[in-house]
Design a protein around this ligand. Structure first.
Ligand code: 15L
Length: 266
């Protein structure tokens, strides 16, 4: 690949990808609204507000692939989500249509389906069950990906990322943890796949507790290698054991699902 765009490159996940994806494309075009520092070798930096369609068209022009991480990554006000996630994601797909129709990885989230209970195994037939407005915006982005594929042949992978952290920080993440290395390999497999169509994948490592089924996406060939088990003892020693019916345990979205409505509380 010649030029790969990463939006939200200054965010929690974007920062983890920057070094790890070096060399995967000739040029990484890194974008955010926050300062990304100096461009390193093989990097271009473009500051861009994703709510500005003209700016996003310039941002997307000339890229061969997009990893769209930009926007709010946790709950916020509707106004904020509207600009950052709803308009922002629409602008990315629309800019892709108006330029070279690059393949897109849309970073969705488990919070698009976070009200499903832990005992339900989720797959590609699972209905949306967002657990917050941020989750609702991810459902919108997933629908955009489907629409732009069906109508305009823009291929996309929608990744319902669990918890992409260096290590799990609570007991729920023993199931939802996605190691940065496994995510990087998934990204490579997605962009290297001969055909992608519009495919949803759950983003979790090869953890012992498995909530999600990616067998429909086996054709992509992604096989996670890491497991959260190495952190279990440490987590169990440092966090209280919850009851079986604690809503934070029952619902896959955890505290996103059990939190109050952000608009009322802020
Ligand atoms: C997300 O969607 C968030 O972006 C991230 O900050 C984590 O909190 C993650 O979900 C999670 O559910 O652990």
């Amino acid at each position: 690949m010649h030029r790969l765009l990463i939006t939200g490159a200054g965010g929690n996940v974007g920062k983890k990808l920057r070094d790890r994806l070096a060399g995967f494309a000739d040029i990484l075009r890194l974008s955010d609204i926050v300062d990304l520092g100096e461009a390193g070798e093989g990097e271009e930096i473009v500051l861009c507000d994703l709510a500005d369609l003209d700016a996003v068209i310039d941002l997307v022009d000339g890229v061969d692939g997009i990893i769209h991480l930009g926007g709010a990554s946790v709950e916020n006000t509707f106004e904020y989500i509207l600009n950052a996630n709803i308009r922002g994601t629409y602008n990315i797909f629309e800019a892709a249509r108006k330029t070279g129709k690059p393949r897109i990885l849309f970073a969705s989230s488990i919070h698009a389906v976070g009200f499903h209970p832990r005992e339900k195994r989720l797959d590609d037939d699972t209905p949306f069950r967002p657990d917050c407005l941020y989750g609702v915006s991810k459902c919108f982005g997933e629908s955009l990906a489907s629409y732009y594929y069906d109508k305009f042949d823009i291929e996309s992978a929608v990744v319902r990322i669990g918890s992409c952290e260096f290590e799990p920080v609570d007991r729920r993440m023993l199931a939802t943890w996605l190691s940065p290395e496994d995510f990087v390999q998934m990204i490579k497999d997605i962009f290297n796949a001969p055909r992608l169509a519009n495919t949803m994948l759950y983003g979790a490592s090869a953890n012992k507790e498995q909530w999600w089924d990616n067998s429909h996406a086996a054709f992509i060939g992604w096989t996670p290698q890491d497991s959260s088990e190495q952190f279990r003892k440490k987590l169990e020693a440092s966090t209280p054991k919850p009851t079986w019916n604690d809503p934070n345990v029952v619902l896959q979205g955890g505290r996103f699902a059990t939190a109050g409505h952000f608009e009322d509380e802020n």
